[in-house]
Design a protein around this ligand. Structure first.
Ligand SMILES: Cc1ncc(C[n+]2csc(CCOP(=O)(O)OP(=O)(O)O)c2C)c(N)n1
Ligand SMILES: [Mg+2]
Length: 365
């Protein structure tokens, strides 16, 4: 079974709309359930990746746990397979919203030949999917903002009404690339949305030692663009901020910056132990800001999610995670003979490839 993104047909459950939660945002109860479902699916996939890592079956995991509410709310207004996303390594829920499947994510995790983003060449957690307009993650942080700005410029030149969104952490937002991209996007009023998922840490460095301002969003003023801070545990506030920014970009009014304050529930990666540099009270406070139980409680209180629906959902997600794991683990690795594919440009048509070209090496056997 393959569970896809937001239009998976998951529209059952709940006691009917009471209008208190969804309606002010122009959403239906089915949308709220679909949003919750992707958050829960992202969490379950992420937890499975850690199990695979700790049991020696996956080399490296970098987690989106704690970021899911912001990711789902912010990606929701994007038009699937039309707009573009340049995500970062924590963007599991974002990728699911725009159409990637659990199988796609696990294929990347296992670096299999059929990984849709890179054919198994990328580092784990560096998702991508050309058909869903997900740009493959670049390991040097913040470079994706330049890719997304370029995509926004291309959309403008081609006369397409596409929006490009770049997403990164607050530590990465200090890179010079961000200044160049925001200045350029603002001058040319590009259809671009810059999202910062601020989890308070860049690996072990706390935000107060990375940033000279309290909020990254304050910096938007320096580019003459709107900058908003949203509570990343409030899915619908994230959705509302993004809907406005995406609409503004699409109608030609230029870029915006959204900063979502989130919590990082895991270490930086599977190679990090955060108890070494975070106090017990800091970690405990972080756990109170887990967006998943917060959104679940909101949906229960509003009568959108009941016990039966939740059980069905949990069962469906467990099946999807098992399916994705088994499927991806059984897929073949890339053929070593293709190791240098996409590294060197193919020789120009009609010209003999230079002696060092990998195609010549292969001919020689
Ligand atoms: C240009 C560059 N410098 C350093 C690194 C190493 N590095 C990888 S992730 C990371 C921390 C990024 O922190 P933040 O942007 O806050 O994102 P978070 O991991 O907290 O979500 C660093 C320093 C890198 N990948 N690229
Ligand atoms: Mg961070």
């Amino acid at each position: 079974m393959t569970v896809t993104g937001r239009d998976s047909g998951w529209a059952s459950g709940g006691g009917g709309s009471r209008g208190s939660l969804a309606a002010p945002h122009g959403l239906a109860d089915a949308d709220l359930l679909a949003m919750y479902r992707i958050m829960a699916l992202a969490r379950a996939l992420d937890e499975r990746m850690w199990v695979l890592n700790r049991s020696g079956r996956a080399p490296f995991v970098i987690s989106g746990q704690g970021h899911e509410g912001a990711q789902v709310g912010i990606a929701w207004p994007l038009r699937r397979d039309h707009d573009w996303v340049a995500p970062f390594y924590r963007s599991i829920a974002t990728c699911l919203v725009v159409g990637m499947t659990p199988r796609d994510l696990m294929l990347a995790q296992f670096a299999r030949a059929s990984d849709p983003g890179s054919g198994g060449r990328q580092m784990p957690g560096h998702y991508g999917h050309p058909a869903h307009h997900v740009v493959s993650v670049s390991s040097p942080v913040a470079t994706q903002i330049l890719h997304a700005t370029g995509i926004a410029l291309a959309a403008r030149i081609r006369g397409l009404d596409q929006v490009a969104m770049a997403i990164m952490g607050e530590g990465s937002s200090n890179q010079g690339d961000v200044h160049e991209a925001l200045n350029f996007a603002a001058i040319h009023r590009l259809p671009f949305v810059f999202v910062v998922e601020n989890n308070g840490y860049a690996i072990s460095v706390p935000a107060e030692r990375e940033l000279s301002v309290r909020d990254v969003a304050q910096r938007a003023a320096g580019y003459g663009i709107p900058g908003v801070v949203v509570d990343g545990t409030d899915v619908l506030a994230c959705y509302a901020a993004s809907r406005e920014a995406v609409a503004r970009a699409r109608r030609g009014d230029g870029p915006s910056l959204i900063e979502a304050k989130v919590t990082r529930l895991t270490g930086h990666s599977s190679d990090d132990q955060q108890t070494k540099y975070r106090s017990a009270s800091d970690l405990a406070e972080g756990r109170t800001r887990d967006p998943l139980p917060i959104f679940r409680a909101q949906l229960r209180d509003a009568g959108v999610l009941d016990e039966i629906t939740e059980l069905e959902l949990d069962g469906e997600i467990a099946v999807a995670v098992d399916d994705a794991t088994a499927f991806a683990e059984a897929e073949p690795d890339p053929d070593p003979a293709t190791g240098t594919d996409h590294v060197f440009a193919d020789p120009l048509a009609g010209e003999a490839p230079p002696p060092w070209h990998p195609s010549r090496a292969r001919e020689a056997g």
